[in-house]
Ligand binder design. Structure first.
Ligand SMILES: [Zn+2]
Length: 85
């Protein structure tokens, strides 16, 4: 999976940003104005296309939008159980 031959070096600009090279954006089908998710894993930055995640458990499975937040069906059920019982 990992390809060393497409490694690019970029400098971070004054506002803390940098440009993702267009060939890399094309390769992973990431376009202008698109939201991205940024994570740090083992000291490395991982940038991926934005996927809505549950605000409580961070899963991407069964996530619905509720009042500007994303919540998964499992957490909704757990909240319901707590309210009922
Ligand atoms: Zn959840």
């Amino acid at each position: 999976m990992r390809r060393q031959n497409n490694m690019k070096t970029k400098k971070i600009n004054k506002s803390g940003g940098f440009t993702i090279p267009s060939d890399i954006r094309r390769e992973i089908d990431m376009d202008k104005g698109q939201a991205v998710d940024i994570e740090v894993e083992a000291g490395k930055l991982i940038i991926s296309k934005h996927t809505p995640r549950c605000m409580f458990c961070r899963t991407i499975d069964g996530v619905v939008r509720y009042q500007n937040n994303h919540v998964c069906s499992k957490c909704i059920k757990e909240m319901g159980d707590k309210v009922d019982g």
